[in-house]
Each structure stands twice: as C-alpha cells, then as structure tokens.
Design a protein around this ligand. Structure first.
Ligand code: NBG
Length: 829
C-alpha cells in the first residue's frame, strides 16, 4: 500500500494522536493503532485489521467526551434515566459514531491518504444483533436521542454471545446460522472486570431475628457473577457520550470450591459452564418461549446486575437510600425486565434493611413501564413452580405485593371478585402463573403504549382493569426513530439534497423538514429528488444481484415489505396480490402494467412453522414469476436474505412504496413505517399502530389507505367470520387460492402450502380475505399514481417534509417531560 507523505503543517503528533481531528492526525493514529494495538504492518494488514485500527482511532476520539460526561454526571449527581431492556439492536457503530462526532469527511480523507477506502471498512463491521426487531431497535434509537438531547442515561442489557441468528435462504427455505458477532473482536466495548455483581438463583429462604425486626434471608443454591461491558453512546454534535452497559455471566469461582477440593473437578467445570450459559444466546421471540427457565434466568440476571449497579453508584454519593428515586428513573422496556419491581424491593428490604412501606414508595416512584404488544400470546407469564425454583424469595415478595394490592382493589370495588382475580399478580385459573404485565403495572408510576391507537386499546383491552384502578398512570408515547442513522447515515444523497435546500438544522430538529414544502412545485428540485431515489434503487438492485442473484430493474416501482415474518403482519396478503397481478398478465399477455419489483425481507422465529412456510411461498412465487416470459419483466419478486440493521440501511432509502399492512389492532406501533416515509416512500397501509398518525401528519391524500378498522375487525369476528365465503365470492381471490392449493407454485410437492391455505380458508385469524378486495383496489390506485411521475414526486417530498413528528428526539422529549422529569446536562469541554 502506497502511503502519501503527510503535509508538514498537519503534523503535530505528540499529544493529539488520540484526540486530533485533522485528517493527518487521524492517519497517524490509525498507523499507531495498527502497529501497537494490532501488531501489524500495512502490507499484511487484513481488511479486518484495518477496520479495527480505524475503530480504535474513532473510539479514542470518543473517550475524552465519555469520561467528561461521566465525571460531570457524578459531580453534579445528575438525575439519570436507566433504560432496562433485554434487547438493544444497535447496528454497526463505525459509521454512526463518525456522524455523531462530525468527522466523516476527515476520516474519509485520512483513509484515502493511506490508500484505503472508508467504505470497505464500514462494510467490514459485523453488527451486534442483540435484538429481535422493532423493540430492540427502538431501544437503540432512544439511546441515540437521549445522548443527543444531553440527558444523562444508561442503557442496561445483556451481552449475548450469540445475537439473533443469521438467516440464509436455501431452496427458498429459511436456514438459521449462529451469529458470531464477537468472532473478529469488538472494538467498541470496554470490559470492566472490576464492575461485577453477584446474582443468586434457586435455593430457599429463611426468617431470622435482626435486633428485634423480622427479616428474611435468601439462601441460594447457585451464584453467578455479572461483569460489565461498556459501550459509548455519543450524541449528535454534542459533547455528551452516554453509556450502554451490557452484562456477561461468569462463574462465581469460589462458590463451588468445596466440590473442587473434594476432587469433583467435573462438577466445578459444569457449574462454570452452566453459569456462562445464561448470556450465551438471544431468544428469537418465539411462541415456544413459554416456560423457558433460561429465559427467566436471563431476565433476572441482567435486572439484578443493573439495580445493584445503580445502588452502588447512588451509595458512592449519598448515605441514605430514601432519595434513590430522585436520582434514578428506570424504564421497563416491555415486561422482560419487570422482575425489577420485586428485585428492587428485595434489595431495599432484605439487603439494605428498609421497612416495607418506604421501600414500596421508592420502588413505585422509580419505575415506568412501556407496553409493546396487544397480542395476548406475547404477554409473559411464568408457571409458579418454575418461578419458585428459580426465584423463591421473589415469589414471596410478589405474594406480599399482591396481598396488599388486592386489599386496595377490594376496598375500591367491594364484592367484585372477578376483577380481583383478573388483576391479581397470580393467575389462579387452573395452573398458577405469575403475570409479569400485572407486576409491571402495580410497581410503576407510569404506564404507556407506543402509538396513540395502541395506548387507547390498552386502556380498553388488556390493561383495562388497571386503567379503571389508576387512570392517572396511563400515557401514550408514540414511537420515533433517529434521523441520524436512518436518514443522514443511510441516505447520504437525500440528506445532502435536503441540507442544500433548507440547511442542516433538520438533523437535530426534524420539524424543520417542513421547509421542504416550499420546493414541491420546483421542477428542478423534483428532478434531483428522483435522481437520488434512482441512485438508491440502483444500489439495492446491485445488492439483490450480489447477495441473492435477483436481477431487478431500478426503473420499476420498488414495493417493499421488510420486518419480522408474522401472520399478523400479513406478508402473505402481499403475496396474494402479487399472484393476482401475475394472473392478470397470464390472462391477457398484451396487458401493460406499471412495472413493479416486490422486495421482501425478514426473519421468521425458528420454531414458527407458518412464518417459515410464508418465506418459502414468497420464494416459490419469485421462482415462477421471475422466469415466466409472459410477464415481460413487468413483475419481479425478490427476497433479501438476513434482514438486519446494516442491510436495512440500504433498503429503506430505495423504496417507492412501503407495505404496512397488518390487521388493524395488531401492530402496536411499527417503526419501519417511519423509516420508509422519512426516506421518501409512500405508504400503503391499514389504520394500525403509528400508521394512523403518519397518515394524519402527511395528509390523507398522500397515504394509500385500505382495509377494515380495528372496530370493524372486532365486529367482523363477533358476527362469526366466514373466510371461505369471501374466497368463493371473489373471482380473483378464488383463482389465487386454488393455484396455491393445487401446487402451481410447488410442482415438486403440490400439497406443500396446504397448511397455509387451510388455515386461511378455515380460520383466517388475521382477516386477509376480508381485506383482500380493498387491498387490491388500493394497489391499483398506487399503480395509477406512480404513472404520474411528477405528482408521485410531490407526494414523496410531502411525506418527508411532514415526518418531523416521528423523530425519536420528539418521543424522548415527551418521556423526559412527562414520565422521567429529567433535564439535560450540558457537557463542557
Ligand atoms: C414491538 C411491536 C411493534 C413496535 C415495537 C416497538 C414487541 C413485543 N413489540 O409494533 O410489535 O413498533 O415493539 O415499540 O416486539
């Protein structure tokens, strides 16, 4: 590799090697890191060596700000938000950190001077896939906004050794491969071998006399250590760098020493392995999750580490725990960390010898609970025997919390036993279960849903009794996404055009996008807008070719549905429409339609049979449609394998049409819907989740609406839904269903899709058939609209111009003002 000489004036090496931001200083630092950290010389450095050397160079430049932030928060004893989440889907770090530090251009230049390409290094990074989908990515967007808004905060989670599986497609079927994100090293984390907490499991409890007070101690039969791994979370163009602290499980060496001494070497080693298993793998959110002991252990493990860590930090500065809730507010990201309610009580009452009432007061004031789903099968419950065997002390505490709580319920609603049974923390109808959502509600001062419709439905549905009991706790916080990653980083072409037109302020104040409305009637601007989109579509086309061998035409309408595979999200409704279009072309070979490329992406939980069958169906349709000459390339279907944050960054910017077609009332919010619209896609969607608010913001005339409302869905079901009748009475639908049933797309095994067809004909739980006609008609409107290029462009611009509301900065401001009551703390240099 040839190295350019460094201009003399830019050569102040001495103490700026780790902080200097000029290209020459960055290049020097890169060489130093390659040499001293990686022990490599340029001629033999691999792409990963180079990536690591650059990553360390960038990390160095974050460290001063990180330390300044930590120091300031400590000195000022700032009120801190702790975001407890079993998932953080952070995405690749390098590009984002460059953006937030504002040194993209300098680094690009530095790499060039070394004969390297920044692009290659960005591509090299393996993303930490420590989440399943929307919930984990939301947590990551919120960390970005907290830092950007200069709010002291810590994300607490689990350092899974294996994140979400890698998806491959073989013969059209999904194959799962283990995710080895740590294999080549993770330069973004700092291990903290001295920040370690002990976590107990199992065993029994016993009462004892503590100078006249009755107390309980927990005698566990297992002890695990949690060690902290810290990742920096820099805000955009501010000095704040917050903390993401992930816990890794380790064996508590000393605990099994007895066995070791007696020569039972294998028992000691087994114990070590069992301990480390706790943070081995992320569970793909699966129906078969029910009752998984290891999952409960994971949840308790990270929650206990996090709370002990907060108490440690708190006690460094204050002696008495009375004011804990004034310094820490803790948000429960869904029910996965809900055990925190009982664990904080245990720490305060058992370990810190507080009496029940003040401990309960602190606990309730500390927690807020965000609910992320209305699907009843996703509400977590643990069988009492399992729970007791893992967390015997917490079960006692939950019984006591429940006893006191149900007394209050009985006082307020005398004689209403049914209500008491519904609100109980223990489900007593048959086998007994601990209900985690109820625990979260009782133990929190605020409860919120993630979009207006979702929050309303919570109050009427799953959490109705809790709303009756304490309506003042209920709020809505509509989700948002970060424009740094999902616009500036992933769509540099669009970002540059926007900044040239309205200035760069929109990145921190997304409402400024509304100034784009001025340009809607500017023909030159519209041309540039289209040029950006076309370029993005070319990039996606290239990736589809490289990764999966699909040849697609960038001039066609890119109609994209990417998200986890789930029946309620109705990827198969989209598939039914594709077949409908195909049949029209087969019936009338001279038919001209608006050329479309349908792109799908998303993982199915490994144990979710129907979702995997839908992937196979999509790929089978692709096989037939893409190769049938009658189509004359007017239709293409492509499945993008392994949808993750990194791939998503190439996909959202390339979409013309965004598919948000879940059954109304099922998708709590959705956040992909926001990412698409911010990148200039128009949405075809139902009145579900945040679609409702997106449509309100962008204007009903700029949104393709179809389908039943949530109320109509309920009515349809209440009146005895008969899907087969819908099928029989719609000519096009009947033809499609018969084709799938008769093996048109599976000639090698004609009955392959019978389970899917039967479930639709007999039950159709998600009302595909009821919405089919409306969806097809709406898609026909989409096609017609796309033919009017100028008008489509206007609608696209207006969508972006009106998406300001969906910045995660807005969501986080609302959380800060209305739930956390926390103020920004500016970090000075
Ligand atoms: C998901 C919802 C989405 C929502 C995200 C983030 C879970 C349990 N819920 O609709 O399905 O956008 O959470 O709030 O993953």
């Amino acid at each position: 590799m040839k190295q350019e000489p460094i201009p003399a004036g830019l050569h102040p090496r001495s103490d700026t090697t780790r902080t200097g931001l000029a290209p020459a200083q960055i290049a020097d630092a890169f060489r130093d890191n390659l040499h001293y950290l990686l022990g490599r010389f340029p001629a033999i450095a691999s792409r990963n060596d180079n990536y690591l050397a650059l990553a360390y160079t960038v990390r160095d430049r974050l460290l001063k700000r990180w330390i300044d932030s930590a120091q300031t928060f400590r000195e000022r004893q700032s009120r801190t938000v702790c975001y407890l989440s079993a998932e953080f889907l952070m995405g690749p770090q390098l590009g984002n950190n460059l953006i937030n530090l504002g040194i993209q251009d300098q680094v690009e230049e530095a790499m060039k001077s070394l004969g390297l390409k920044l692009e290659d290094m960005l591509e090299q990074e393996e993303e930490p896939g420590l989440g399943n989908g929307g919930l984990g990515r939301l947590a990551a967007c919120y960390l970005d906004s907290l830092a950007t808004l200069e709010v002291p905060s810590i994300g607490y989670g689990i350092r899974y050794e294996f994140g979400i599986f890698e998806q491959r497609i073989r013969n059209g079927w999904q194959i799962e491969m283990t995710d080895k994100w740590l294999q080549l090293g993770n330069p973004w984390e700092i291990p903290r071998p001295e920040i370690v907490h002990e976590v107990k499991f199992g065993g029994r409890t016993e009462g004892y006399d503590d100078n006249g007070a009755f107390r309980v101690r927990w005698i566990p039969n297992e002890l695990v250590r949690g060690m902290a791994y810290d990742m920096p979370v820099p805000g955009y163009q501010v000095h704040t760098v917050n903390l993401l602290r992930l816990w890794k499980a380790e064996a508590a060496e000393s605990f099994d020493f007895q066995a070791f001494n007696e020569g039972d070497y294998y028992r000691a080693v087994m114990h070590k392995m069992a301990s480390e298993n706790i943070t081995k793998v992320l569970y793909p959110n699966d129906e078969s999750l029910q009752g998984k002991r290891l999952r409960l252990q994971q949840q308790f493990f990270f929650v206990s580490c996090a709370l002990q860590d907060m108490l440690r930090l708190y006690l460094q500065r204050s002696k008495k725990l009375d004011g804990f809730h004034e310094k820490f507010c803790v948000q429960l990201n869904d029910t996965h960390p809900a055990i925190a309610v009982a664990e904080l009580m245990r720490l305060l009452v058992d370990e810190h010898r507080m009496s029940w009432e003040p401990a309960w007061e602190i606990t309730r004031k500390t927690f807020g609970y965000t609910n992320h789903t209305l699907l009843p099968e996703a509400l977590e419950r643990w069988g009492v025997p399992l729970f007791q065997s893992v967390l015997p002390r917490h079960l006692e505490l939950i019984y006591e919390i429940n006893r006191r709580f149900l007394n209050e319920v009985r006082l307020r609603f005398p004689g209403d036993d049914a209500r008491v049974a519904r609100m109980s923390l223990i489900d007593e109808g048959g086998e007994r279960y601990v209900r985690m959502a109820n625990l979260a509600c009782v133990g929190s001062h605020a409860i919120n849903g993630v979009a207006r419709l979702h929050s309303d439905l919570l109050k009427e549905g799953v959490l109705r009794d809790f709303h009756d009991f304490s309506p003042e706790k209920f709020q809505n916080k509509t989700n948002g996404v970060t424009p740094r990653r999902f616009m500036l980083l992933s769509n540099p072409g669009l970002a540059a055009l926007i900044s040239r037109s309205i200035g760069p302020g929109w990145v921190k104040n997304l409402d400024e996008l509304k100034h784009l409305e001025k340009f809607v009637e500017d023909a030159q601007f519209r041309r540039e807008w289209r040029a950006v989109k076309l370029e993005n579509k070319r990039t996606l086309a290239r990736l589809l070719q490289e990764r999966a061998g699909f040849t697609v035409n960038p001039d066609s309408l890119f109609d994209i549905q990417v998200k986890r595979l789930h029946e309620y999200k109705r990827q198969h409704l989209n598939a039914l429409f594709i077949i409908t279009l195909y049949n029209r072309l087969r019936r009338n070979p001279s038919l001209k339609i608006t050329p479309r490329t349908f792109v799908f992406g998303g993982k199915a939980a490994p144990g979710y049979y129907m979702a995997k069958l839908i992937i196979k169906l999509i790929n089978s349709i692709a096989e037939v449609v893409n190769n049938d000459p009658v189509v004359k390339n007017q239709l293409k279907v492509a499945f993008f394998p392994n949808f993750n944050v990194k791939n998503a960054q190439h996909i959202y910017p390339a979409a013309d049409l965004s598919e948000q077609i879940s059954t109304a009332g099922k998708e709590a919010s959705g956040t992909g819907n926001m990412k698409f619209a911010m990148n200039g896609a128009l949405t075809i969607g139902t009145l579900d989740g945040a679609n409702v608010e997106i449509r309100e913001q962008v204007g009903t005339e700029n949104f393709f609406l179809f389908g039943l409302t949530e109320a109509e869905v309920e009515q349809t079901k209440a009146h005895g839904y008969r899907p087969w009748e819908y099928c029989a009475s719609n000519e096009e639908l009947r033809e499609v269903i018969e084709q799938i049933r008769d093996g048109f797309f599976s000639p090698d095994q004609p009955d392959r899709f019978h389970p899917l067809v039967n479930s639709l004909l007999q039950r159709d739980d998600y009302l595909l058939f009821a919405d089919y006609a409306s969806y097809v008609a709406c898609q026909d409107r989409v096609a017609a609209a796309y033919e009017d290029t100028e008008q489509w462009t206007r609608m696209s611009i207006l969508n972006v111009a009106r998406m300001g509301y969906f910045s995660s900065d807005r969501s986080i401001r609302e959380y800060c003002d209305e739930i956390w009551k926390v103020k920004p703390v500016t970090i000075e240099t």
